[in-house]
Design a protein around this ligand. Sequence first.
Ligand SMILES: *[C@@H]1O[C@H](CO)[C@@H](O)[C@H](O)[C@H]1NC(C)=O
Ligand SMILES: *[C@@H]1O[C@H](CO)[C@@H](O)[C@H](O)[C@H]1NC(C)=O
Ligand SMILES: *[C@@H]1O[C@H](CO)[C@@H](O)[C@H](O)[C@H]1NC(C)=O
Ligand SMILES: *[C@@H]1O[C@H](CO)[C@@H](O)[C@H](O)[C@H]1NC(C)=O
Ligand SMILES: *[C@@H]1O[C@H](CO)[C@@H](O)[C@H](O)[C@H]1NC(C)=O
Ligand SMILES: *[C@@H]1O[C@H](CO)[C@@H](O)[C@H](O)[C@H]1NC(C)=O
Ligand SMILES: *[C@@H]1O[C@H](CO)[C@@H](O)[C@H](O)[C@H]1NC(C)=O
Ligand SMILES: *[C@@H]1O[C@H](CO)[C@@H](O)[C@H](O)[C@H]1NC(C)=O
Length: 467
Amino acid sequence: MRIDRSWLQSLCSWTLISIAALSTGAAIEIFEIGSLDAAEPQTRDLEVRASSQCPSSYQSDNGMNFTIYCNENIPFSDVFQPFAVSTMEECMERCSRYWGASQGCYGVVWNQNTTDCWIKNSTISTIGIYPETGTHAALVPRSQLSPLDTSCPFDDLSVQTLSSGEGFTIHCGKVIGGFDDCFQEYPECLSSPFIGYWHADSLQECMRICAQSHPLCLAVSWNPGMEIGYANCWPKTGSGNAIADPATGQGVLHTAVVTSIETINTTCPSDNSYTTSGKTFDIHCGQLNTGTNITAVHRANLTSCLDTCANNKQGCVSVVFDSTLQGGFQNCYLQNTTSVIRDNANTTFALLTGTSIPTSTPSGTNSPASSGGSSSSKAWIAGPVIGGIVAIALIIGAFLWWRKRTAQHKQQEYSLAPANHYSPTELDSSQAAEMGTTEMGQVYGNQTGVKYKHQSQTAQPPQELPT
Ligand SMILES: *[C@@H]1O[C@H](CO)[C@@H](O)[C@H](O)[C@H]1NC(C)=O
Ligand SMILES: *[C@@H]1O[C@H](CO)[C@@H](O)[C@H](O)[C@H]1NC(C)=O
Ligand SMILES: *[C@@H]1O[C@H](CO)[C@@H](O)[C@H](O)[C@H]1NC(C)=O
Ligand SMILES: *[C@@H]1O[C@H](CO)[C@@H](O)[C@H](O)[C@H]1NC(C)=O
Ligand SMILES: *[C@@H]1O[C@H](CO)[C@@H](O)[C@H](O)[C@H]1NC(C)=O
Ligand SMILES: *[C@@H]1O[C@H](CO)[C@@H](O)[C@H](O)[C@H]1NC(C)=O
Ligand SMILES: *[C@@H]1O[C@H](CO)[C@@H](O)[C@H](O)[C@H]1NC(C)=O
Ligand SMILES: *[C@@H]1O[C@H](CO)[C@@H](O)[C@H](O)[C@H]1NC(C)=O
């Protein structure tokens, strides 16, 4: 089933006009609306469209750069049949996330008439390029896919501890099958072969990405040769018995499994208020706030989470503290707005005293004034007709919205700044400075039923990673 986008767009603009007309009570004659609708799509200049649909350069969200050839086609080298994506940018995003059996994506071609996107393999080159209006090609400079040092950066089975306090056991030359998830940091959830997202230049960087992922990341596999593609750092929600040798063609992979994590204080404080830095917070155990997250950091207990909120300069008014770490290792969520408060056994919500809590669902949606009533007599016929159209359009709109919601992950509001996506070093070191020392060496039995043996007696002692 395909829905014609331009038809929908015109219906939507039509609807907006109708709603506007209704809510202002203005009289509108039907033929005017009709003619507006008919005139709109045809008046757009083709040249303008072509250039606006082909960017002059592009860097994907995970850091892959493209050299773009607008109105040029490069045939052959197709990895598989084309698929439809709405923009050239989206086609390049797919390329940056493509996971192949033995090589990644080296370029794309996107046809703006059909919206078809072709993923190209390493045989692509500019040799066969030819001009074609409405078709745009983009090549990945080879240097970005040239293999990094594939030797194992740490001793096999050694324990490496990040400055954030998480201990990882290294499995050289191994990969974890499965345990993939759409982590909240991914800009969009895609299915195979585009499930991955992160690129890392080192196993250490990949481990840091894991420590910052939501929900809780319990392992990573890293592919320095990028045989699987540019998205070579794969956070995993577990590892189970799935630590294995890579398949032929995947090249070298190294794996790091979270084996120690500090114990989080799960006790709800007996006092229901806490004062720090001159600010008082009301504590609500077993609740959470669905408001806007500014950021998330790792904290061992609620009080140090509240200390962080009190000293935050971005308008922190409340926190959600997740003592189970289910949502991620960064378990202290600082928030700048309050919204619907819900019960949740695993989290504690604390609010700056005096901050108002909305009593019902926030009134963000402007419901169309269906009882707009007092329109002038001239519009008596337009009313019911437009009303019907509005109803249909709202249903379609709601359907599209729902589809978008389900297809696409909620945009994460406390994102690591896009520029930092592939260099979390700064984040990590600043966090280390903030946190000071943390107690380490606890056995971490996680919630998914996977048991982790504490390795430090048998393996080498934990080492602080070089920065
Ligand atoms: C992509 O281009 C930007 C800006 O020119 C540069 O800073 C970055 O290092 C490039 N990325 C890669 C992977 O080469
Ligand atoms: C690249 O694609 C072409 C055409 O689909 C195919 O013949 C070729 O074997 C592919 N090369 C590699 C290395 O996968
Ligand atoms: C796209 O459409 C334009 C206008 O109809 C046409 O000139 C052009 O050849 C088409 N390009 C492709 C690649 O289909
Ligand atoms: C856990 O937190 C509670 C309440 O804040 C406190 O009374 C208790 O001493 C803490 N336990 C540990 C082991 O720190
Ligand atoms: C804020 O973080 C919490 C905890 O992970 C999460 O449940 C919630 O969806 C986030 N809120 C938003 C608006 O992203
Ligand atoms: C809350 O924080 C988010 C993310 O930092 C920001 O975009 C938003 O404008 C802030 N909202 C308020 C009300 O301060
Ligand atoms: C909370 O954690 C901090 C830092 O880890 C520690 O200094 C403090 O004693 C803890 N507080 C409680 C109540 O456990
Ligand atoms: C709370 O955590 C437990 C185990 O950690 C989990 O089984 C349960 O589903 C969680 N409850 C909620 C409401 O998230």
